[in-house]
Design a protein around this ligand. Sequence first.
Ligand code: ARG
Length: 461
Amino acid sequence: MGKLWGGRFEGQTDALVEALGESVSFDARLAPWDIRGSIAHAQMLGACGIIPKGDAKKIVGGLRAIAEEIATDRFVFDPALEDVHTNIEAALVERIGDAGKRLHTGRSRNDQIALDVRLWMRDQLEAVGEQLRGLQRAFVDMAEAHIEVILPGCTHLQHAQPVLLAHHLLAYVEMLGRDRKRFAELHRRVDVLPLGSAALAGTPYAIDRKMVARELGFARVSENSMDAVADRDHLIEFCAHAAICMMHLSRWCEELVLWSTPEYGFIEIGDAFTTGSSIMPQKKNPDVAELVRGKTGRVYGDLVALLTIMKGLPLTYNRDLQEDKEPLFDASDTLQLSLAVLARMTPAITVHADRMLEAAQEGFMEATDVADYLVEKGAPFREAHETAGRLVRYCIKHGKRLPELCPKEFQSFSSLFQPDVAQALTPHGLVSRRKQVGGTSPVRVRAALRKARRAIDGAAG
Ligand code: ARG
C-alpha cells in the first residue's frame, strides 16, 4: 500500500506510524453513521449542482451497498487506510470508479468525524435513556413486591431510623431520574450539524447546510466552523454524566455486597448473577455488584482522559483528538452493559424480610421517636433528646430494648410518659409516623411509587 494522499511527499511513512496513527480498529463502529452522513452530503452536492446528479446517484448507491457489506460482516477494514472515513471512501472508489472521487468535495475529515460522533451519540443517548428507564422499572417492581418490608435506615453505616425497603429503592429511582434528565438535556447540545465547517474555515462551495441538517434530523447547524471541528464538549459531558450514573450504580452495588454477607443476611442474589470460588466450595460471591462497582473507576478514568486530552489543544483540529474515541466508546459500552445487567439482576434478588425486620429492631432506632413522644407531650426537644439518651444508656446497661421497658421504667425518667409509649415504638409505628412529603410512611411511599411509575412510563418523565 502506497502513502495516503501522497502527492506532496517523496518518502514513505515509517512502519510504526501506521500502528500509532490507525484508528479504524476502534472507529470502524462509526461506519453506519459515517455512511448516513456521506449519503446526505452527496445528495446535497448533487441537488446544489456542485457535482453531477448522476455521480451523486452512483455515490449513494455505492455507499448503500457498502453499508450492506458492513452490516453483514463482509467488509474488510484495512488499518493501512487509517480510519473509517478513508476505508469507506477507498471502497467506494473501487466500487463505482471516478464518481466516488467527488464525494469529499466541500468537506474534510475534520467536520466528517465531528458529524459521525454526533450522529452516533444521538442514538446512544436514546439507548441509555431506555436502559435507565428499564432499571428504574426494575427498582419500582422490587419496591412494590416488598411494600411492607422494613429495614434499618443508616447514617454513618450505623442504625439510624427504620425505613421501608421501597423507600430505600425509590431513592435510587430518583438518582436514575436525574441521570435520565442529564442525558436528555445533552441531546439538545448534540443536535447540531457540524458538516459544512470543512477543515476549519468553512468551504467556498455553495453547499446547502440546512438541507443536510434536515435530511439528518438536526435541529440546528453550527455557527462557527472553527468551534465545530475543535469542540469535544459533548463527549466530555457524556462521560461526565456516565461517571455520575456509574457512581449511583456503584453505591447500590456496595449495598448489595454488604446486604448479601452473612453478617447482614438481608438478601440473596440468584445463581445466574453470582459465582463460586475455585478453592472454597461454600462461596457464592456477588461478582456482578463488585464488577459494576469496579467499572465505575474505569469510567471516571475515561472522563479524566478526555479532559486531559483537551486541555492543551490550540484551535482547531489536532490529531490528539483522535484519542477521544476510545474513552468515549468505553464509557458508553460500560455504562450500557452495567445498566442492562443490573436491570436483569434485580428480579433475581431474594429479600429476607424477617432478617431486615429483626435488624430494624436492633440499635435503639426508637430513640428519636421517644424524644418526639416527649415533645408531643410538651417537653422542649433538647430536653427530650437528653432523656431519651439516658433511657438508651439504661437499656444498654440492663440488656433491654426500648420497647421492652415497662411504663414504670419509662416514667422513672420523665413523668410525661404514659402507658401507651411502648406501642408507639414498633418498627411499623416508627415508619408510619413519617407522613410528610418525602417521608417513609407507607401512605407516602405508595403515592411515590405511583408517581414514579407515571414518570418512567410517560414521555416527559
Ligand atoms: N481519524 C480522525 C479522528 O478521529 C479523523 C479526522 C482526521 N483529520 C485529520 N486532519 N487527520 O480524529
